[in-house]
Design a protein around this ligand. Structure first.
Ligand code: ADP
Ligand code: NA
Length: 341
């Protein structure tokens, strides 16, 4: 089998939540466990991406450090994976510029993520309420930067949540345009659908659980205490129909709770739903809370411990940045040569 180069990223826009964990981060740890000695795994904290929405500089700086601690806390190992800050490798923004000069605006207009991100961050009820005059250039073009993140390492596999799938297709498009316009340089990366789970907001189950939402009760953080977890799940929006069914079109709230429970217990969601047919939302919420508390207990304890080890975290960041930069220098040289700079 072909040697795998796996790349994925997460924004330092706040503490990772249950959606990040079940939709992406848990898979990163599994990939690391299953990786062969020839595989290269790169996991990046993508600081440049976080600027696409307004950030408080002080909070960003703390979130950025905390996120590294969180990635280690869930089980990523700097001896087996290259764990680094995207903004500490200068080649990401360089390659992004090259790509932005070969990417048609029409392709970006078709991406739906900037619309939903803008809607979420502005607390709008739906995407049609979003005013394009509020859209900055970075939020519009961030899929180009993401293509650069991936192709810089000639990644072959990209494990991300379902919401990011269209961006991987765009990265393939951009790689292909470059290969044809200049020189065959980039292998086209594959999206790994390790899970198609999409965890929804506890308060507005028509949108995904996201770090960008100003409503803190809409998401469960990796660092929430047992008490906080129980309170948020008790407050989750559900309908008033008696009995529980898995109906991800008409009963979003209940479907979301069932999805979360099934993910925690690693069962099929329909099997789980069957057990609650004759029960109420209160019973379901209690069991979801128990399962989430159990799932997050170890990562949370480990996160608190690592937070007290700032020297160690700084060392991990430094070594990660050195490895990532060295790994990608060659690609950037090839690109410059191909384009004539
Ligand atoms: P957020 O939107 O919360 O800021 P990021 O953009 O940093 O999250 O995404 C980090 C990873 O988590 C990505 O792979 C993304 O697909 C995944 N992810 C984010 N939100 C969810 C969700 N609600 N359900 C499942 N996966 C998610
Ligand atoms: Na986000």
């Amino acid at each position: 089998p072909r040697r795998r180069i796996v790349f994925s990223g997460i924004q330092p826009t706040g503490t990772p939540h249950l959606g990040n964990f079940l939709g992406a981060l848990q898979n990163w740890v599994k990939l690391q466990q299953d990786a062969s000695a020839d595989d290269t795994l790169l996991f990046s904290i993508v600081g440049w991406h976080s600027l696409t929405l307004p950030q408080d500089p002080k909070q960003l700086s703390i979130a950025r450090r905390d996120l590294l601690a969180a990635l280690l806390a869930i089980g990523l190992d700097p001896k087996r994976s290259i764990i680094f800050h995207q903004d500490e490798n200068p080649y990401h923004t360089q390659l992004s510029w090259v790509f932005s000069c070969i990417t048609p605006v029409g392709k970006l207009r078709r991406m739906t993520t900037w619309k939903s991100r803008l809607a979420t961050s502005r607390n709008a009820n739906d995407e049609s309420e979003v005013d394009e005059s509020m859209l900055n250039t970075g939020l519009f073009t961030y899929p180009v930067l993401q293509a650069a993140d991936i192709l810089l390492y000639k990644a072959t596999h990209v494990p991300v949540g379902e919401d990011q799938k269209q961006h991987i297709e765009l990265a393939r498009d951009i790689g292909d345009i470059f290969n044809r316009q200049f020189r065959n340089t980039f292998p086209l990366p594959e999206y790994i659908a390790t899970t198609t789970r999409r965890v929804l907001s506890l308060k507005d189950p028509t949108s995904k659980m996201s770090k960008s939402s100003p409503d803190m009760s809409s998401r469960i953080l990796l660092t929430d205490t047992e008490k906080e977890i129980r309170k948020k799940i008790r407050g989750a929006v559900t309908d008033s129909t008696a009995g529980i069914t898995y109906d991800p079109v008409n009963r979003l709230g209940a479907a979301n709770l069932l999805t979360i429970l099934a993910a925690c217990t690693e069962e099929d969601v329909l099997e789980v739903a069957k057990r609650y047919e004759t029960k109420g939302h209160g019973d379901l919420k209690n069991d979801v809370a128990d399962a989430v508390v159990a799932l997050l207990e170890k990562p949370r304890t480990e996160f608190e411990r690592l937070r007290g080890e700032q020297d160690y975290l700084a060392q991990v960041a430094l070594e990660g940045a050195e490895k990532a930069t060295a790994y990608s220098a060659r690609t950037m040289q090839e690109v410059r040569k191909a384009i004539g700079l």
